[in-house]
Design a protein around this ligand. Structure first.
Ligand SMILES: C=C(O[C@@H]1C=C(C(=O)O)C=C[C@H]1O)C(=O)O
Length: 260
């Protein structure tokens, strides 16, 4: 039989770009710096931005191929695997993942859970129970929920909005710091995750490109004026980008604890 390569559906897919989705917050800018500048990668992939809970949904639904996905969603995405050495982590004191409250945690009776998050809301539930020993009402958050954080109702807020809210509340409880106190481990919030095999050469180039921005932090800070928080401190002290063995131990423990 004569092979007709131009009719083979496989060849059509050769032209399809790999759909990669990243977190749309400031915390991800250093990882994207090198990726966006790399012309070879740009030719191979399409970059989309969204908030974390939507990234998990898109990977689960198969509308994207790879995402900087919240690790708490891993058990719900069949075939999910970490495909890079970079992600969004913290060794304690992440600054942008906190429970915000106008009363001390001892008096909190209910907590709104940020609809944009998967990892931090799961972490908050775990910490309220095991670190603060509290039994509170957990509330799904409407879009404008920050307005309703008052009195004995607290709220988990993540990302840029959390950095903006730090001076608006009497009490700010950092969840990576509480996790570190509870377990002695760092915390990984999100990692580059795929649920299918992707070309090894693409993944290798993608991995390398992640590291480039980490050597250009001053330039990235200058390109993103942000009056609410010192981004240099955020990128160098609060967020940790390398998925080191020590940080992966924290991830392993988190996944074990949420599976219980
Ligand atoms: C530190 C952060 O890490 C994140 C928190 C996530 C989550 O809670 O699901 C997911 C991705 C990261 O953006 C943050 O957003 O502030």
């Amino acid at each position: 039989m004569i092979a007709l390569p131009y009719l083979c559906p496989k060849n059509i897919h050769l032209d399809a770009k790999i759909k990669v989705a990243a977190v749309s917050y400031l915390n991800t800018k250093p990882l994207l710096y090198g990726i966006e500048k790399d012309e070879t990668l740009a030719g191979q992939m399409e970059l989309l931005l969204d908030y974390p809970s939507n990234l998990a949904k898109s990977l689960q639904q198969g509308t994207i191929d790879m995402a900087l996905m919240p690790v708490a969603a891993m058990p719900f995405v069949p075939g999910a695997r970490i495909v890079s050495d970079y992600g969004i982590a913290s060794d304690g004191n992440v600054a942008s993942v906190c429970i915000f409250s106008q009363v001390p945690i001892e008096r909190v009776e209910s907590v709104y859970l940020d609809y944009q998050s998967r990892s931090s809301v799961r972490l908050a539930k775990l910490l309220l129970e095991k670190y603060w020993n509290k039994n509170v009402v957990l509330r799904p958050a409407p879009e404008n929920y920050i307005e309703y954080i008052n009195d004995t109702t607290a709220g988990v807020i993540i990302g840029d909005r959390a950095l903006q809210q730090r001076t608006n509340f009497e009490y700010v409880y950092d969840l990576a710091e509480a996790w570190e106190k509870l377990t002695g481990h760092p915390f990984i919030f999100a990692a580059w995750i795929a649920n299918k095999d992707l070309p090894a050469d693409f993944l290798a180039a993608f991995n390398k490109a992640n590291a480039i921005g980490l050597n250009h932090i001053d330039e990235i800070v200058a390109a993103h004026p942000f009056p609410y928080y010192d981004l240099k401190e955020y990128y160098t002290e609060n967020i940790k980008y390398e998925l080191t063995p020590e940080r992966k131990k924290g991830l392993e423990q988190f996944l074990e604890m949420i599976a219980e």
